[in-house]
Design a protein around this ligand. Structure first.
Ligand SMILES: Cc1ncc(COP(=O)(O)OP(=O)(O)O)c(N)n1
Ligand SMILES: Cc1nc(C(=O)O)sc1CCOP(=O)(O)O
Ligand SMILES: [Mg+2]
Length: 220
């Protein structure tokens, strides 16, 4: 069944960031990407980002179209990592861009005022610039080191809080967030947790997501 494209208000975006699932095909095994995302949604993921650094343009579009349909059915926002063209082509809710990706202003101009544009920031300066450029939310990290992206840095609690204090848009913490580290988010002034391996590397993705959902509800 076709679902109409929703318009996500700032308040619904803030709420939806609570348990943000970022996909990773490295952990698929015998499973399809759609099965994995369906399980994450069933377990309570509140936001989904397709992140596939190895797909061709056509493969990424096919994945995005499939995940978009699942997210629409679940009433959950769906964004594409890095690739604005793909997001536009499939009618995704938006994109997530980093400091080395398309500039936030350009992504906003291409996707329009109703799209969700998330921006990765590691400093107060970057956070203020992203907000001024029209970002809807910030991805800030890491909370702890992670094998998913070994080159990613780790921020101190004070650095998280300084970024949160510098902007009015919501913040999702990313990098090394799992059932053990998630309670640390209580001290970081963030609105949610973005999680890759603690969801998608699990044998039982639905159960792992449900447990993370329980913990984040207790934490924030
Ligand atoms: C929610 C969220 N936050 C941060 C990132 C990292 O984005 P980026 O710095 O562009 O790195 P890559 O993901 O492209 O490797 C993210 N993807 N999602
Ligand atoms: C995609 C990404 N960005 C990061 C950042 O710090 O900007 S950390 C990261 C990977 C997070 O994976 P996991 O949940 O498995 O630790
Ligand atoms: Mg990127």
């Amino acid at each position: 069944m076709e679902h109409e494209k929703p318009v996500w208000s700032p308040e619904t975006i803030r709420e939806a960031l609570k348990l943000y699932a970022v996909t990773d095909n490295a952990w698929l095994g015998e499973r399809t990407l759609a099965e994995c995302v369906e399980a994450a949604l069933a377990g309570g993921a509140t936001f989904v980002q397709l992140r596939d650094k190895h797909a061709s343009a056509d493969e990424l579009r096919a994945e995005a179209a499939e995940l978009l349909a699942l997210c629409r059915a679940a009433g959950v926002p769906f964004v594409v990592n890095d690739d604005v063209e793909c997001a536009l082509a499939v009618g995704a809710d938006g994109v997530h861009v980093g400091q080395d990706d398309m500039a936030c202003e350009r992504a906003r101009a291409l996707l329009g005022p109703d799209a969700i544009v998330g921006v990765s920031t590691q400093t107060v300066e970057q956070a203020r610039a992203a907000e001024a450029a029209g970002a809807d939310y910030l991805g800030v990290g890491g909370v702890a080191g992670t094998a998913t992206k070994p080159e990613a840095g780790v921020l101190s609690p004070d650095e998280f809080r300084a970024i949160a204090a510098a902007v009015d848009i919501p913040i999702v913490a990313i990098g090394g967030v799992n059932a053990e580290t998630m309670p640390l988010l209580a001290e970081l002034d963030v609105d949610g947790a973005a999680v890759v391996s603690a969801i998608f590397a699990a044998d039982d993705i639905e159960a792992a997501t449900r447990e993370l959902s329980r913990i984040i509800d207790e934490t924030l």
